[in-house]
Design a protein around this ligand. Structure first.
Ligand code: B12
Length: 215
């Protein structure tokens, strides 16, 4: 079996130690960290989700897979972080209230940091008030909102409304994402942008900053 298949299988089966070893071996053989994430780790987690939907996997299986994924990310993330680059601007990011999924959001934070933004990661299950406070306190250029459940998606819209109520909507660009979120949904709730994955998020954040600076 190829390293690619072995790593995918290790994540799906929640084998943390093996996941870390295989990710390291792939890095050593020249595979780029961003390719390991987008071509192996993320699709593996999608498989885990499908197995959960079909009743083959239960919550503990998802948790084990998440832990294995995090083991690999702990090795890959430092390689994606920027070092000594001038700061482009400030991005506040978090997962909306009621939602504790954070793996994808953490990847986005890493990619966005990697292209030179300062990222203030609030974590998961974040209330509208906390988002508003953090945007004001940090004078953020961009706010990134993540939702992974269809039941928590509406909270993205509620944060955008709270920005309007606080009178700061025009001061910050809003980018949204997460597995159930689409480009159409982003437009519908009044976000400025949507991104499908970490790489796209980093590129779009740069575009948003240019648009913001152009007024
Ligand atoms: C791991 C996992 C968990 C773990 C989370 C651990 C953690 N620390 O994050 C645990 C076990 C805790 C969990 C719990 C639950 N989960 Co869950 N989970 C998953 C799973 C398998 C993988 C998610 C993941 O990490 N993917 C890998 C990352 C890399 O991908 P990603 O998250 O999509 O992120 C990428 C993009 O979406 C995007 N992105 C992400 N965030 C952002 C933010 C911005 C700003 C931008 C621009 C882009 C962006 O870029 C990321 C990187 O490329 C998904 C299946 C799936 N297909 O998503 C189910 C899934 C999301 N879970 C689901 C469910 C139902 C639950 C529970 C309700 C189960 C239960 N009965 O309790 C609970 C809810 C808990 C809660 N209140 O939040 C469902 C949601 C169904 C729905 N339509 O709402 C899914 C889809 C599984 C399924 N097929 O049924 N889960």
């Amino acid at each position: 079996m190829s390293d690619h298949s072995l790593l995918s299988q290790a994540v799906i089966e929640g084998k943390g130690d093996q996941t870390a070893e295989l990710a390291t071996a792939m890095l050593n053989s020249g595979t780029k960290p961003q390719d390991i994430i987008s071509q192996i780790l993320q699709p593996s987690m999608n498989t885990v989700g499908e197995k959960f939907s079909s009743g083959e996997f239960f919550l503990p299986d998802m948790l084990l897979a998440a832990r294995a994924m995090n083991n690999a990310l702990a090795i890959l993330k430092p390689l994606l972080d920027s070092s000594g680059m001038p700061t482009l601007g400030k991005v506040v990011i978090g997962t909306v209230k009621g939602d504790i999924h954070d793996i994808g959001k953490n990847i986005v934070a890493t990619f966005v940091r990697g292209v030179g933004f300062e990222v203030i990661d609030l974590g998961e299950d974040i209330t509208d008030e906390k988002f508003i406070e953090a945007v004001k306190e940090n004078n953020a250029d961009i706010l990134g909102l993540c939702a992974m459940l269809t039941t928590t998606m509406p909270s993205i819209g509620s944060v955008i409304k709270a920005l309007e109520t606080a009178g700061i909507r025009s001061k910050v660009k809003v980018i949204v994402g997460g597995a159930p979120v689409t480009k159409d949904y982003a437009v519908h709730i009044g976000a400025d942008a949507y991104a499908h994955d970490g790489g796209e998020a980093a590129r779009v954040c740069k575009e948003l900053l240019t648009a913001k600076e152009a007024g």
